[in-house]
Design a protein around this ligand. Structure first.
Ligand code: NAI
Length: 332
């Protein structure tokens, strides 16, 4: 058996963590031969709830789980971690725009960036789930200058999974046969779910989805809107934000980062923009990436038509605005 790695989950008493911890501890993320020590961070008023979660983790009798460390102290939480799931923050409530959350949540990610900088392993892989995820990841990286910026990412995998599910439903095929749907930009309603590169494999033959759905009104209209507004639709129905699906997406994101993507497949991750596809540099923007040896690279030379260009620019504009606001909040 390998040595255990330390993994931190923040917001560990919350609803996403409740589903996520099971997936991590059962080996679905880091592999079925990788023992783990779980560090669970939450705030003081949640410690009793967190103790209940710790009891349940014990009662699951996971063979890979070497130890569980619940804490309110960032030093303990981030000490020597190889992987960080930053989930803890204030969730969006019904009728609330993600922007309203920005000033409350950005401060949390400044503090956690500083703690990662001081205490985590320098090759730690950081996944920001808490909203506004892209801008939180940007701020977290800014306050952790000793850790490479490539080690910070924001979650748009839930949007990707939602997009795959919509296309599978439309084509009446299993969701697993669809790949290479892209989410560009922000994890917000300005994101651009893009089916132009997506394919479906049927009877060993891979075909472009746009050849099978020759309906621009659907691909550029209803499909895009449904994915953009899916989070709000779940909140309207459940009166709480997506949790089970968010946890599954966080597992998918970290697993692909840790274990790599299949040849010819790409996934969407919010990562530091290097200016690819004419996106402004120095914002955390969701791109199609492939992963090998635990390093992501942006997939280049995909077609961007006039409509896509407008969508890519609009979501970039929102991220530039969020960045400006967040930097102001951090100066307070
Ligand atoms: P929740 O309210 O159930 O749990 C959040 C937990 O974070 C609570 O236990 C809270 O005490 C804790 N927390 C607050 N401040 C903290 C701090 N400074 N340090 C550590 N823990 C802290 O919320 P839920 O449903 O688990 O959602 C968590 C976040 O994930 C929200 O920001 C939500 O908007 C976001 N989210 C992101 C998605 C994405 O696709 N990127 C999808 C769905 C949700």
């Amino acid at each position: 058996m390998a040595e255990p790695i330390k993994v931190v989950v923040t917001g560990a008493a919350g609803q996403i963590a409740y589903s996520l911890l099971y997936q991590i501890a059962s080996g679905e993320v880091f592999g079925r031969n990788q023992p783990l020590i779980l560090h669970l961070l939450d705030i003081a008023p949640m410690m009793e709830v967190l103790q209940g979660v710790v009891m349940e983790l014990e009662d699951c009798a996971f063979s890979l789980l070497s130890a569980v460390v619940p804490t309110t102290d960032p030093e303990v939480a981030f000490k020597d971690v190889s992987s960080a799931f930053l989930v803890g923050s204030m969730p969006r409530k019904q009728g609330m725009e993600r922007k309203d959350l920005l000033s409350a949540n950005v401060r949390i990610f400044k503090v956690q960036g500083e703690a990662l900088d001081k205490f985590a392993k320098k090759d730690v892989k950081v996944l920001v789930v808490g909203n506004p995820a892209n801008t939180n990841a940007l701020i977290c990286a800014k306050y952790a200058p000793s850790i490479p910026r490539e080690n910070f990412s924001a979650m748009t995998r839930l949007d990707q999974n939602r997009a795959q599910a919509q296309l599978a439903g439309k084509l009446q095929v299993p969701v697993s046969t669809i790949r290479n749907v892209i989410i560009w930009g922000n994890h917000s309603s300005t994101q651009f779910p893009d089916a132009a590169s997506a394919t479906v494999t049927n009877g060993g033959k891979e075909e472009k989805i746009t050849n099978l759905i020759q309906d621009a009104a659907y691909v550029q209209g209803k499909f895009v809107e449904t994915v953009q507004k899916r989070g709000a639709a779940v909140i309207a129905a459940r009166k709480m934000s997506s949790a089970m699906s968010a946890a599954k997406a966080a597992s998918d994101h970290m697993r692909d980062w840790w274990c790599g993507t299949a040849p010819g497949s790409f996934v969407s991750m919010g990562v530091y923009s290097d200016g690819s596809y004419g996106v402004p540099k120095d914002i955390v923007y969701s791109f199609p990436v492939s992963v090998s040896n635990k390093k992501w690279s942006i997939v280049q030379n995909l077609a961007v038509d006039d409509n896509a260009r407008k969508m890519l620019d609009a979501t970039a504009k929102e991220l530039l605005e969020e960045k400006e606001e967040a930097l102001l909040v951090c100066q307070d």
